[in-house]
Ligand binder design. Sequence first.
Ligand code: NAG
Ligand code: NAG
Length: 268
Amino acid sequence: KCPDVITKTDWLAPILWEGTFDRRVLEKHYRRRNITVGLAVFATGRFAEEYLRPFLHSANKHFLTGYRMIFYITVDAFFQLPDIQPSPLRTFKAFKVGTERWWLDGPLVHVKSLGEHIASRIRDEVDFLFSMAANQVFQNKFGVETLGPLVAQLHAWWYFRNTENFPYERRPISAACIPFGQGDFYYGSLMVGGTPHNILDFIKEYLNGVIHDIKNGLNSTSEKHLNKYFYLNKPTKLLSPEYSWDLAFSPPPQIQYVKVAHDSQRKL
Ligand SMILES: *[C@@H]1O[C@H](CO)[C@@H](O)[C@H](O)[C@H]1NC(C)=O
Ligand SMILES: *[C@@H]1O[C@H](CO)[C@@H](O)[C@H](O)[C@H]1NC(C)=O
């Protein structure tokens, strides 16, 4: 195992790299608990299907294989489920979001809609929930090691950079502000996980921050608000960049086993 990676945070949350966990022991634990895991994914615009098809196929193959899971798919237009072999362990539920919330941009409408669905039913249906952007593809097993009360993803690019240069929001008037000299890691916004209860808290806080900024004429990015949330509410588990590798960069030696990939250079 490559020695120069961080495997624990200051607040003692594990950072998952291949080789830092014993999946067999974890499997035993979660089998006994008879868990159901939710995977919420959203995709907007005319490329929604183009992203969703490989996302769903690859998730079906690699995400929590062998466990009961529910896909929650949020779309803003008609969408046809890809042809996936039916399995008693996999359920697909699709939600359509309206366009009435004109003052929120696409991703925010989805976050808000996901919050409403968690409150009304998802929290009774699953033990753990991941929310992911559709422009990703699972490449290897994404198993029970990733489960926890509040799970954050380390940003693949910024993990290898100096804290001082993190692109946090620095303007004090923004709800997302993290002053210079503070902050732990730079988190990516392509996935968030945890218990439905914690994801719902995250969504509420996050939307409050975004709306506060919009009202004040600020334009901080969603990712900066997410970073502020995890600065105030420390995640209990962190996924290394192996879980969100950007294919536009060739992996450094620390990245030995890419589990989820995306391509920031792919322009659609
Ligand atoms: C596991 O949970 C499912 C759904 O929540 C339920 O239908 C099933 O009976 C449970 N199995 C056991 C062994 O408890
Ligand atoms: C936000 O607004 C400022 C000032 O108007 C501008 O310089 C900056 O590029 C904008 N940032 C984003 C993410 O749109």
